[in-house]
Design a protein around this ligand. Sequence first.
Ligand SMILES: Cc1cc2nc3c(=O)[nH]c(=O)nc-3n(C[C@H](O)[C@H](O)[C@H](O)COP(=O)(O)OP(=O)(O)OC[C@H]3O[C@@H](n4cnc5c(N)ncnc54)[C@H](O)[C@@H]3O)c2cc1C
Length: 314
Amino acid sequence: MIGADGGSGTVRRLLDVAFLGETDEDERMLLGDVRLDGSDRDHWHIGQDAQGGSVALCPLPATDTFQIQAPVTPGDTGAPTLESLSHIVDTLIGPDAVRLREATWLSRRRLNVRMVDRYRVGRVFLAGDAAHVHSPAGGQCMNTGIQDAVNIGWKLAAVLHGADASLLDTYQAERLPVAAAVLGLSSRLMGQGIGEHGADTERMLQMGHTYRGGPLAPAGPADAEGPSAGDRAPDARCHRADGRRVRLFDLQRGGHWTLYGFGVRPRPPHPAVRTVAIDGEGDGDPVGRADGADRPGQLIRADRHRRRRSPGGR
Ligand SMILES: Cc1cc2nc3c(=O)[nH]c(=O)nc-3n(C[C@H](O)[C@H](O)[C@H](O)COP(=O)(O)OP(=O)(O)OC[C@H]3O[C@@H](n4cnc5c(N)ncnc54)[C@H](O)[C@@H]3O)c2cc1C
């Protein structure tokens, strides 16, 4: 069973798994989806005042609504209404610049920064907000949850197809440190304005997460430098052996394992692994291949992290 029932999830509570961290009662926010007049749907509109209060109107794709995020007025303890939100919008964006017409839902949100201390209890696994909730800064939460789901997904499938059940223990070992790192990053970003994220912008893309040194990618001497097992497999333009151009990400699409052989057709280590012979020079050194005689293959996991290099493409 996977408990992916959100930050207030019942599964985690029933398992009595601690949700460690803090709830900031002072950081409250009004949220909702609204229909409005006076704003184009091509941009995310943000109005700010000199005191740092801000209201955001985000056009939701494939709908005629905007998600609105607004501060709670000091002393306001009531449920949000269209009228109270209209007042905030008038104050922060300008009187009558935007007219709220209708709300499909409105809510209050508290800032929670919490995570579990275990991802697994027996046959139950926790994933997504059920396992970690963050500050919204940096847009990290959903991406982290989706990566949880992909990680446990391929492992469960593998065990159902005969892999050793101990593979499931690697879910927590790989994902818990990532959740902790993301929690730290999003908390740090919380105090900054949009556009001030500087060096953290790259980390916000979550491209650099690695399972290097974890149970499925123990660090070895050969991994001291350059890309190694556990790292996210990068994209690159390459040539197939028959000369056709191809992107590595296209070859990995579909949730299967992929084995690349450079200059050779690799032998599949398992029937479910898709093998690809790659020839010619790519536009970089995407997979850390060596020159000359040592042309290692690269085994890429279903979640697009490297499993290992294998000399000779096998
Ligand atoms: C305003 C706002 C902006 C955000 N912006 C971003 C962003 O830019 N980037 C980002 O990555 N993340 C963002 N997030 C966070 C993101 O929405 C969440 O991280 C994500 O939705 C979590 O997904 P989840 O599936 O784990 O949980 P949820 O989305 O909470 O889904 C849990 C589901 O379980 C269901 N459920 C609960 N209990 C039960 C039960 N007992 N039985 C059956 N079903 C149940 C719920 O109805 C719900 O459908 C934002 C969140 C908010 C509120």
